[in-house]
Design a protein around this ligand. Structure first.
Ligand SMILES: C[S@@+](CC[C@H](N)C(=O)[O-])C[C@H]1O[C@@H](n2cnc3c(N)ncnc32)[C@H](O)[C@@H]1O
Length: 238
């Protein structure tokens, strides 16, 4: 990713769609204990770490994230929780330790469901669970507008297609829900404000191109916003 991309993707509340209700739902469905060890895999700037830490005040919450500036943002945000909540720079494919819940909002697709679940199976405590969101067709077959939003870059599939990959990896589905509309507005609303601010700051050519690309993504989302979705799954090894 270019530095202009990360000028756009900075100082945002979150780096993908989501809301606190998704995290609360996953904790309930997974039966995550009060004193759990929780991993936020690909925590971005840490929005869900805050929700996890508040929902489980006796839990340890660790964020792992590849991009250093997101790690810094996440740590600034969770500082008030003390040592039990912190983010580290690294890959969720190379973990230390084991967890009662691995939460991952919008980042499993970077490595694929099978390889990621194979890796995380080695880092789950007995009875533990994984909660992850994955691009999926809410309406199948999807409209042209929904296809245009996802393009070829994302491995978008039907909900059953995601379930097939989970089962093929030797895991079972404990619960599923859709992430659509408001959680996406939580992501794109602050981004629109940031793009407006950057546009008024005499942007370089590279930055202008990154701004135009983000505006195009947002316009495509607005054209299909009732249909563009992540499917959130809670899963366990069988
Ligand atoms: C769509 S963003 C979601 C971020 C965050 N979960 C949120 O909802 O705000 C995807 C994130 O995955 C991170 N990422 C991608 N591959 C990773 C890996 N192997 N280990 C850790 N983070 C990774 C990216 O740097 C980016 O911050």
């Amino acid at each position: 990713m270019s530095s202009a991309f990360f000028t756009v993707h900075r100082d945002l509340d979150r780096e993908g769609p989501g809301e606190a209700a998704d995290v609360h739902w996953a904790l309930d469905v997974a039966g995550t204990p009060e004193d759990a060890r929780i991993l936020d895999a690909a925590c971005g700037p840490g929005a869900d770490m805050v929700t996890l830490a508040k929902a489980r005040p006796s839990a340890d919450v660790l964020g792992v994230e590849k991009q250093a500036h997101f790690v810094e943002a996440a740590n600034a945000r969770v500082a008030a929780f003390g040592d039990r909540v912190r983010a580290l720079e690294g890959s969720y494919m190379e973990l230390d330790g084991s967890f009662d819940l691995i939460w991952c909002a919008g980042a499993v697709y970077f490595h694929g469901i099978g390889p990621v679940l194979d890796t995380w199976a080695k880092h789950l405590n007995p009875g533990g669970a994984v909660a992850f969101s994955e691009p999926a067709w809410l309406i199948d077959p999807p409209s042209d507008a929904a296809r245009a939003f996802w393009g070829d870059e994302y491995p978008t599939k039907s909900e059953d297609g995601v379930r097939d990959q989970i089962h093929a990896a030797g895991w079972g589905v404990v619960g599923q829900r859709w992430i659509v509309d408001v959680p996406w507005a939580n992501y794109y609303g602050p981004m629109i404000a940031r793009l407006d601010m950057l546009e008024n700051s005499d942007p370089s050519e590279d930055l202008q191109a990154a701004i135009a690309q983000s505006r195009d993504e947002i316009a495509k989302w607005q054209a299909a916003r009732e249909e563009v979705a992540y499917s959130l799954f809670v899963v366990r090894p069988t």
